[in-house]
Design a protein around this ligand. Structure first.
Ligand SMILES: Cc1ncc(COP(=O)(O)O)c(C=O)c1O
Length: 376
């Protein structure tokens, strides 16, 4: 099937809406809906009779996630509840010493700030660096001998700025600083390579750019850091010998399964599996190129409206799928309300309005969504 056919078959959004909210919660492709429906029907009629087949789906999902982010092995991949849970696993797994410092930006989504602030009573401080014009340089300048961890979003949820993770990861490696990347606004939108960026930890829920249901996230934990991360959740599923219930002596799994304490989210796994298969079948290189093309198209259209200021940086490499803009003189809350009243599904973030189109979003819809702004 060619790409246009795939897009037509898979994306069946109502013609009544213009969906520009992939940075919030994405619609599901048809194959994801079908996988979830079939799983529900099978549960109704057969219960878990085919559990071994479900485990195969889970294995395939782990393998495909490893491929998607170029992890060395599926052993580096844990399936967890959401991005925030994975961040908490890192925050409460590190053996902090009083005086340790964490560096982050001053524009992180609350999940990537609150979790680090919560470590204050352990004597751990958080420095929030302004990204401004030279984000990577500003972050690097803040790293000092007290820094144990750099925790950063690959793409900021509000401004949409996309960072040079390779540059940051290299410096962290040189300085022996742990590198933790909240990649929920990038994975599924752009190609992503955990090895190239020297990440210790990467986390991303499936419901944004990966086009999957909420409630199942990938947590990448590099082998070199895995055993040093203290565990805070225990149960049968995180043991090395997980199906040997009679074994009274147990050991923690060598792999990142150690972070999965109990029964998996099988329903979510069936959904996420179908979505990831779709992304890989199309190819992340193609998805990235189409998505960036849509982002640039939005930039061009918005730049042509004198009253609109585009907040997202527009230099190549500095953006992904998020386009944030604001009206220079009128009330942006009112503009946002008008857009929603006209079924432009978008978000109000920071000082501006966030449009987030995916690779499959037709250009006509993008120009309609920008034309609507001119009517305000
Ligand atoms: C950058 C970023 N991190 C984390 C989250 C929250 O993710 P989760 O609900 O999977 O914990 C969001 C949600 O918008 C986000 O944009």
């Amino acid at each position: 099937m060619n790409l246009n056919n795939i897009i037509q078959t898979e994306f069946k959004l109502s013609k009544d809406i213009t969906y520009l909210n992939h940075a919030a919660v994405s619609p599901w492709p048809e194959s994801t809906s079908k996988a979830v429906i079939q799983f529900a029907e099978q549960n109704t009629v057969l219960g878990a009779t085919h559990y071994p087949d479900w485990l195969k789906v889970e294995d395939r999902l782990r393998q495909n996630l490893a491929t998607l982010i170029n992890a060395k092995s599926t052993d580096d991949i844990a399936l967890v509840k959401n991005t925030s849970e994975a961040l908490s696993m890192v925050a409460y797994g590190i053996d902090w010493l009083p005086g340790d410092c964490i560096i982050t930006s001053d524009e992180e989504f609350p999940s990537n700030r609150i979790v680090w602030e919560s470590l204050q009573d352990k004597g751990v401080s958080l420095k929030q660096v302004a990204l401004s014009k030279k984000p990577e340089d500003n972050l690097i300048a803040a790293l000092d001998s007290k820094t144990r961890l750099l925790a950063i979003s690959s793409t900021q949820y509000s401004s949409g700025i996309n960072l040079d993770l390779e540059k940051l990861g290299k410096i962290c490696k040189q300085k022996n600083i742990l590198f933790c990347v909240d990649a929920i606004q990038t994975i599924g939108a752009l190609q992503f390579d955990v090895q190239k960026i020297h990440a210790d930890f990467v986390m991303a829920d499936g419901h944004k750019w990966m086009l999957a249901p909420e409630g199942l996230a990938v947590f990448y934990c590099a082998e070199k850091t895995r055993s040093s991360l203290k565990l805070n959740e225990y149960g049968w599923h995180m043991t090395q010998d997980l199906y040997n219930f009679n074994n009274k002596s147990w050991q923690v799994a060598e792999s990142a399964r150690r972070f999965e304490c109990g029964s998996p989210n099988m329903l979510g796994a069936h959904g996420l599996d179908a979505s990831i298969q779709l992304l890989l079948n199309i190819g992340m290189d193609k998805i990235e190129s189409l998505l960036l093309d849509n982002t640039r198209y939005l930039f061009t259209l918005l730049n042509n409206i004198p009253d609109i200021e585009v907040i997202t940086p527009q230099e190549g490499g500095k953006y992904a799928g998020i386009v944030n803009f604001k009206h220079k003189s009128k009330d942006n809350d009112a503009l946002f309300e008008m857009l929603w009243n006209n079924k432009i599904i978008c978000a109000k973030r920071g000082e501006g309005i966030r449009y987030s189109a995916h690779f499959y979003t037709p250009k006509e819809l993008l120009s309609d969504a920008v034309d609507m702004i001119k009517r305000f």
